[in-house]
Design a protein around this ligand. Structure first.
Ligand SMILES: [Zn+2]
Ligand SMILES: [Zn+2]
Length: 488
């Protein structure tokens, strides 16, 4: 036997046993990802990354049908600047709706900032507004939804990598950054990051997983970086960006939050609490009240032995305040039906609270499966009133129209057919008072009313005699106002 070979093998095994620790699956995971991106040394030298390109935004919770993703915004002028060494990021983009958007067809510029724990948006006039707690947490996670930023963050000794598991050819690990962001990264057999995801709580959807997937890796200044990035909430694609240019260590300027946002909360930099619900009451007929006070309203209708509510918008907190106001206005009659005008998230944030209250959900037939899904979704991260209560869901559907009538009250519900805002929208008509309740089809005083002509068509087709329109945004208007706005 060759002695020299023996000695070298022995020396090698001594080195493994005596000096270096064996590589753990966690170290191996990060090493492989770092190598695929250009190596640990190169990654650690990076100060900033600027991604420029264009893409698409989708309209989760606001599309034509609950299961649709047909409404898109073209995204141009996209620029994401990541301060890789610090926890700062700025995203600028211009969104142009490719559909009949309620704010009109003009492009909208958006600026989204993050400075450590402070997330903010900057409007066209340059004024910065801090985000609420849920959106702020999502944006703090979003900073780490880029493989370069995330792998670099694992260098911090306070960051942890754990629970490495193999799913087919994909390896996954859970990573907690030094700042407490918790994400899961998936890499392929070669170590190339495929996706990064984080858990989040959504007021309508409950527990969700927000995922960014990466593709089309390209060489950029000695690094391998993805040029295709796609964002999802659970299985719903919310945005896609294709990078046309990526720059390492470009001057990014000052990405710090404006002093005003930091200075007013020096004690803990906590995001602003949402405004407490404000429910005002305006009686518009015998047993009919508009419950307004904020941007989204409800209408309460009294029958001989129960109450019907049209819409439970904005939040669970507002909906519970609306319930309390209804019980105060009409003591002793149960809230029995919730009519949802349409499935959009801002108008159905109180849907689950209504189910918890034992109310029957009345909705257009095309929304049935969606209502059933919403009722079942887990809300464990922030349990809402329905999560804390066993309640059987009862759904009643409206095809073209449906009458709710007793000896004191009649409410007619009609499908707003062909409406370009939502395919599955209802309007409510109270014949006695010649009142029509609708939302998002017409609001008096609105700068643009792209759906008003369709509303007028629906009223005329049903031969409804309407004196007043009660929009669930904005003020009550005479029918003449709709006729004026709907004319081309
Ligand atoms: Zn809507
Ligand atoms: Zn609306």
């Amino acid at each position: 036997m060759n002695t020299r070979v023996l000695i070298s093998v022995f020396a090698a095994s001594l080195t493994v046993a005596g000096c270096a620790q064996p590589t753990t699956p966690e170290q191996q995971f990060i090493n492989d990802a770092a190598d695929a991106l250009g190596g640990r040394t190169r990654i650690q030298a990076v100060k900033t990354l600027t991604i420029e390109g264009e893409g698409t935004n989708y309209n989760l919770g606001q599309d034509m049908k609950p299961d649709a993703s047909t409404q898109q915004f073209a995204v141009t002028g996209y620029r994401r600047q990541i301060d890789v060494a610090n926890s700062r990021q700025r995203v600028e983009q211009t969104r142009t709706p490719k559909f009949a958007y309620f704010q009109g067809p003009q492009p909208q510029k958006q600026i989204q900032g993050l400075d450590d724990t402070v997330a903010f948006n900057v409007n066209a006039a340059g004024a910065a507004t801090r985000l609420g707690p849920a959106a702020e947490l999502d944006r703090r996670h979003d900073l780490y939804h880029h493989p370069l930023k995330l792998v670099r963050a694992t260098v911090d000794p306070k960051a942890t990598v754990g629970n490495v598991r193999q799913i087919g050819t994909v390896r996954q690990a859970d990573i907690t950054t030094a700042g407490g962001a918790k994400v899961t990264m998936s890499i392929d057999a070669a170590g190339v990051p495929l996706s990064i995801s984080s858990k989040s709580y959504h007021a309508n959807l409950g527990d969700v997983v927000i995922t960014t997937t990466f593709g089309e890796y390209q060489e950029v200044s000695g690094l391998k970086l993805p040029a295709q990035l796609t964002g999802k909430v659970d299985d719903f694609t919310t945005w896609e960006i294709h990078a046309s240019k990526q720059t390492v260590d470009a001057e990014v300027g000052d990405l710090a939050a404006p002093a005003s946002l930091r200075a007013d909360k020096p004690e803990g930099l906590s995001p602003p609490a949402p405004a407490p619900p404000n429910v005002t009451v305006e009686q518009i007929g015998k047993g009919v009240w508009v419950l307004a006070g904020q941007s989204h309203h409800s209408v309460l209708v009294e029958f001989s032995d129960h109450l019907m509510l049209v819409d439970a918008p904005q939040s669970e907190a507002r909906t519970l305040a609306v319930f309390a106001k209804a019980k105060q206005l009409v003591p002793g009659k149960p809230l029995q039906q919730l009519v949802t005008t349409h499935h959009h998230f801002d108008h159905t944030a109180g849907l689950r609270a209504a189910i918890a209250e034992g109310m029957t959900v009345v909705t257009q037939s095309g929304n049935r499966a969606w209502v059933e899904a919403m009722a079942k979704r887990p809300h464990t991260l922030q349990p809402d009133v329905l999560a804390k209560k066993e309640q059987r869901l009862v759904v009643e559907t409206v095809d073209a129209g449906r009458e709710y009538k007793d000896h004191t009250m009649t409410v007619m519900l009609y499908h707003v057919e062909g409406n370009p805002h939502s395919d599955t929208m209802l309007m409510a008509y109270i014949p006695r008072d010649r009142v029509l309740v609708e939302v998002d089809a017409f609001a008096a005083g609105s700068a643009v009313n792209p759906y008003a002509a369709n509303l007028l068509e629906n009223i005329q087709k049903r031969k409804l005699r309407v004196d007043r329109i009660v929009p669930l945004h904005g003020a009550i208007a005479p029918m003449a106002e709709l006729e004026k706005v709907a004319k081309p």
